[in-house]
Design a protein around this ligand. Structure first.
Ligand SMILES: O=C(O)CCC(=O)C(=O)O
Length: 285
């Protein structure tokens, strides 16, 4: 798998998530989409699926199911093979709602690389599918194009001056719950739109918090999902200066609010669950 990624620039995986988690996410997202669609049918709002996707994503990111999705153990174990022990997810994931007859170019992306739009070369892009994709509305890639280095660009397209013939390969057999991971130098595009099916997926970006962040990545911010032993030791000492004897003769420990991040097994998660149930007992989250 890692070798395939190195030579081809992407991988396509199934079975990383519990089916019930993907079902819940899909139902939640479709639920909000259908409400906006109904408001549009009742002539309350104009049809702007891109803007709808943005507001739905903002709401989705506040839910527990989003947290479960982004902290999914199998995904993190996979990412560790690529990024090492310390992994962060950038803020502002993108929800792609690819509807029949869509003409919005933002939702039907032409060939591009994510480095063109400010993503760092040490950042991985991941798409999680909340629906199946058919042969028309999925994702296409140009396998191996990340090994060319950065593709010269003119006005958001590969610069025609270089007259390179690119051959897109549509990814096939994409099912609800599938996960596509690619290198930020890889050329890719939306395959197109279907005449009957809607495809919904979410792009997230992962990187090591120890790697360089681009200006865009810094301003969007990130959330660290897991840290390795070297970071753990620094945290136990308390700072990067390794202040001599800071903990000698006292307790060497990490504060409770960070226990989940540092993988310390204790009652924090149980407590948290209980408190959340009390706080939100009347609310569907
Ligand atoms: O899913 C799509 O249609 C396009 C995804 C994409 O281009 C991206 O996430 O960078």
């Amino acid at each position: 798998m890692v070798h395939f990624f190195i030579s081809q620039g992407f991988i396509h995986l199934s079975g990383l998530f519990e089916d019930s988690l993907i079902e819940n996410c899909s139902e939640y997202i479709f639920g909000l989409y259908n409400r906006l669609y109904e408001a549009h049918s009742n002539e309350k709002i104009t049809k702007d699926v891109q803007a709808w996707g943005n507001v739905i994503q903002d709401e989705f990111a506040k839910t527990e199911m989003y947290q479960d999705l982004i902290q999914n153990k199998k995904t993190i174990d996979l990412l560790k093979l690529f990024l090492g022990t310390d992994i962060a997810v950038l803020n502002y994931d993108h929800l792609w709602i690819n509807v029949p007859q869509n003409t919005d170019p933002v939702l039907k992306k032409e060939i591009h690389t994510d480095t063109w739009t400010g993503t760092g070369v040490n950042t991985l892009i991941a798409n999680t599918y909340f629906t199946d994709a058919d042969e028309y509305n999925g994702l296409s890639v140009i396998p191996g194009s990340h090994l060319h280095g950065i593709t010269p660009v003119r006005n958001r397209k590969p610069d025609p001056m270089f007259d390179v013939k690119y051959e897109l390969s549509p990814l096939t057999d994409m099912k609800k719950g599938d996960f596509i991971l690619w290198h930020s130098l890889l050329l890719h595009s939306t395959t197109g739109v279907s005449d009957k099916n809607t495809r919904i997926s979410m792009s997230s970006r992962y990187k090591s918090p120890d790697s360089d962040f681009t200006s865009q990545e810094r301003s969007l911010g990130h959330r660290t999902l897991c840290v390795g032993p070297m970071n753990h030791v620094s945290r136990l000492v308390g700072n990067d200066y390794m202040t001599p004897f800071r903990t000698l003769g006292g307790i060497v420990a990490i504060e409770r609010r960070l226990h989940t991040l540092y993988g310390i097994t204790n009652s924090v998660n149980e407590e948290r669950k209980e408190y959340l149930e009390i706080l939100y007992e009347d609310l569907q989250r």
